[in-house]
Design a binder for this molecule. Sequence first.
Ligand code: SF4
Ligand code: SF4
Ligand code: SF4
Ligand code: FES
Length: 749
Amino acid sequence: MNKLINFKIDGIQVEAQKGETILTVARKNGIYIPTMCYISKTTPCASCRMCVVEAKGVEGFILSCNTPPTEGIEITTHNDALENERTNIMKLYDVNHPLECGVCDKSGECDLQNKTLEFNVERQDFSARDQLRPLQHWGLIDYEPSLCILCEKCVHVCNEVIGDDAIEVKFGGYSSTIIPKNSDTLDCTFCGECIAVCPVGALTSSNFKYRANAWELNRVPATCAHCSAGCPLEYETRHSGVNGSDEIYRVKNNFEFASLCGAGRFGFDFDNKAKRDETAFNRAIEALKNAKAIRFSSMITNEEAHILELLREKLGIKLFNEDARKFAEFMRAYSTISGKLHHSATLDAIKQSDAAIIIGSRIATDNPGVRYALTTASKHNGAKILYAHPMEDVLMQNVTTQFMKYEVGTEEGVMALLAYAILKDSDLDNDERAFFDDLDLGYLYAETNIGEEELSFMMQSFARAKKRTLILGNDLIAHERSKNIAKLAALIEKYSDFSLIVIPREVNTLGVSLINSLDVDENISNVVGYNAKGDFIISSLGDGDLDIPALNQQEGTVVNIDNRVLPTNVALNFEGYSLNDIAQVFEIYKNNTVDYTKELNKNSGFKEIDFDDLENFLSPMGEDSRGYLLDEVICEVNGRIEEPDDLPEFNGTIVYHCDPVLQFNNYTNRTKQLPKENFLRGSAQFSVAAKISDGDLVEISFGSTKIQREFKLDNELKGTIALNPAFDIDVDASRYRFEKSKIVRVSNE
Ligand code: SF4
Ligand code: SF4
Ligand code: SF4
Ligand code: FES
């Protein structure tokens, strides 16, 4: 247990844990110290000096944001000398800061505005020669250097939380500015987090610019609808004209503690605009009466999933959802060894880790929330991060300490080798010991292409770690030997100090997997599609036979990667029918969809809590108080680990179905701001092997599926596997994502 440090702030006795600063202890105790450059989720920028305090017996001022307290020290946060110092700092900030508040996007929520008033800066004693500092257009982001106060928050967040490390300060005295790093223009993943943390109007969203003032917008707290990280955000809405309907103007986040990727921040306009269409509704009822199955996606709420389950029971039909079915199967296999239904780690546990293994995912694009948690672990704890995958990812290079390249298809063998390396000296039971004794290590090393020395290096670099996390991606869940892979992973969790997290592929894969009884998808007729393919399609994408609301038009809950049941709210009204209206026709009756929230499957850990009683905020110190955590469910331990099967070989032309940055699905694909870069991307080596060149239109065949794409040469890629985005096409992204394919050039227009 850490020894607490006792000291006083403004005469109040307080205590600090190891690693805390005077500022963090003051905040914890509700004592206000002004800051301009501080953000809770990064190391101190220490550029503004607003946080100065005095310490008894210490000469001069000290910075509270980067100074840890010492035993018995007495701190003063407010007196005339400190106020004078802070007022002068504000005057210096205000020198030549253009008085553009009337048109500035930040007006009404600007730290400079607020603190200029707080410190009563009524006159300016300083002056400086004005400089020409032209506005910079960086795609989704605009940078106005004349408004920049060089607090460096943007630089810290980009480097320490996001991991792009795409911007830096160009020092030049009074003409210092923020510039893109190693590039003329900004070349980054466009998360927009730098916009969020900017305390003034220097970094802004180019699309939002001059469209609305902060005080005109209504804020709707919600959960991001694009991936299973379930990031908290606020949709900011306003009517869009004199008689116009409401529109989402922008998305904001509690940037002190939480982060968003660019899909969450800029991909908000995926609402489904529809009126009540009675004819379509009646056709939907007829289609359901004749249906043999409903096929649905995991881009739905728990309450919708629950209604679908009630319809399944009532109509005696099947439910198809391969994404959630495979996830459920994986977790069931995991629980036969672990004895519990839910994985043990969370995004927060990844952030706290000092060692992590990530396997089976191109994580930076599969789940940016996990990527940011890994970046935080790397930058703040010096975490050792092993990235195991057949393809390197340039986006992970800033944080990866070891890249372990394995052969496509050999994930079962890789997991067996990892388990062997981690557990070979553990106190296992007889069966498990026998499993490792019988492993044909020579075969596994040869087929996976992993060297013994790579595993030794991993064990050495993890040797001193205290908090380790094993992160499992979709390539394992969708693998034909997924059950044995899940059991091997569970074994690592059971006998080592690794906590484990499995990445659900879609927003509510986890929730659906816990609510629905799913059958293996069959190619049969009379299937109703619910946000999925079918003979009659009920869809929130605006392209179906009956329209239903999208996730930003509904109240309800989803389960995120943390096993947390998160509420989301209506940002924009929907005027058509909902699944609840359909269910009512079949005498499955509740007034509102969220009346089902408290009836969600208790056997899977859901609690009997009304939707209206769910909290939806982060606490002032950043704890996640949204919704609730699923109860743990104890399961029977009866699993046996099998010897790895013959490992498959993937020869010839291979593509990996993997979406580009900022695209996840048909919903992100509908939004205006997110780029639709649906190119087949490959390395120079791939281009030579496939006999295609940059700009060629190619036809790709996988089995009976054929699609056409433009080929783009990507100098950041290596090796002979190309990346094929799946956000806009019919390729079933829930299957194993590496695929043998045939590629022919159609034209080079
Ligand atoms: S948008 Fe994100 S990645 Fe790009 S510079 Fe800003 S913080 Fe960095
Ligand atoms: S752009 Fe904004 S966040 Fe970045 S240094 Fe300037 S004022 Fe600070
Ligand atoms: S897409 Fe995922 S990581 Fe990005 S903001 Fe949404 S939930 Fe967070
Ligand atoms: S908050 Fe301490 S220097 Fe800015």
